[in-house]
Ligand binder design. Structure first.
Ligand code: C5P
Length: 235
């Protein structure tokens, strides 16, 4: 079964502070997006990678891919993205040629995901799950809150879900292709991950073990951590 990966990389990365679009910022001298593309292409099952570029940055991303060494056995396609992550993923799916029955969606902002995590997700889809997400137990207790009466004011807690049953989910998320396409065609509410759309279809999503190094680079401190992980790998 052939696998394609869609990498949404069209976000501006506002929470990271001013600068280039997040995916184009460098880690160890190499753009985060290139790390993410290599991480997915490292899986022998992945034969196509679709990169969803910032709307006005497709040409730049294309030349970036051309300028970096990538595996020969993988095809690479670049398409312009949209306003939201969901829209960007949809534009990436629209660019998929037929013949890939498993589709992964992976954030460019998770540049250091190990190939074993990618392969574990693919394997679980192969074994029959329509949607698979890598996830980790939480260190922090999580509270559900109500909006504060005044912005920035105290937020009343409404619930404390049992921590042992919660998972922080990562990417790549893996899907049976037809299921993911149906989810993107029928679910219109805003969700924060692709598996959430499959849940809305009433299908079961399963969690497989994620990896600490698959963390999302969101805030400035995450860049410090990512640089440290990369430096340790290069020892
Ligand atoms: O903003 P967040 O960290 O959730 O973004 C996750 C991923 O989605 C990032 O890789 C980002 O580049 C991508 N994204 C996108 N199009 C958008 C917004 C985010 O491809 N409009």
């Amino acid at each position: 079964v052939r696998t394609a990966a869609v990498i949404p990389a069209a976000g501006r990365g506002v929470r990271l502070g001013p600068g280039a679009p997040k995916a184009l910022r460098t880690l160890g001298g190499t753009p985060m997006l290139i790390h993410a593309v290599r991480a997915l292409a490292a899986s022998r099952s992945v034969s196509l990678v679709v990169v969803v570029a910032p709307p006005d940055g497709a040409a730049e991303v294309k030349s970036l891919l051309d300028a970096h060494a990538l595996p020969d056995r993988t095809d690479f396609v670049v398409v312009p993205g949209g306003e939201t992550r969901q829209e960007s993923v949809k534009l990436g799916l629209d660019a998929l040629p037929p013949g890939h029955d498993i589709v992964l969606v992976h954030d460019a902002a998770r540049p250091l995901v190990p190939v074993d995590t990618v392969d574990a997700v693919i394997e679980a889809v192969r074994e029959g799950a329509p949607a698979v997400v890598p996830g980790l137990p939480l260190a922090d207790t999580v509270k559900e809150v109500e909006p504060a009466a005044v912005p920035g004011g105290p937020e009343p807690v409404v619930a404390t879900p049992e921590r042992a049953r919660l998972r922080a989910v990562q990417t790549p998320q893996g899907f049976d292709r037809a299921t993911l396409l149906r989810a993107h065609e029928t679910v219109t509410d805003e969700v924060t991950d692709d598996a959430g759309m499959v849940e809305r279809l009433g299908l079961t999503v399963v969690v497989v073990p994620g990896h600490e190094e698959a963390f999302k680079v969101t805030r400035p401190l995450d860049l410090v951590l990512a640089e440290a992980v990369l430096a340790r790998r290069r020892l």
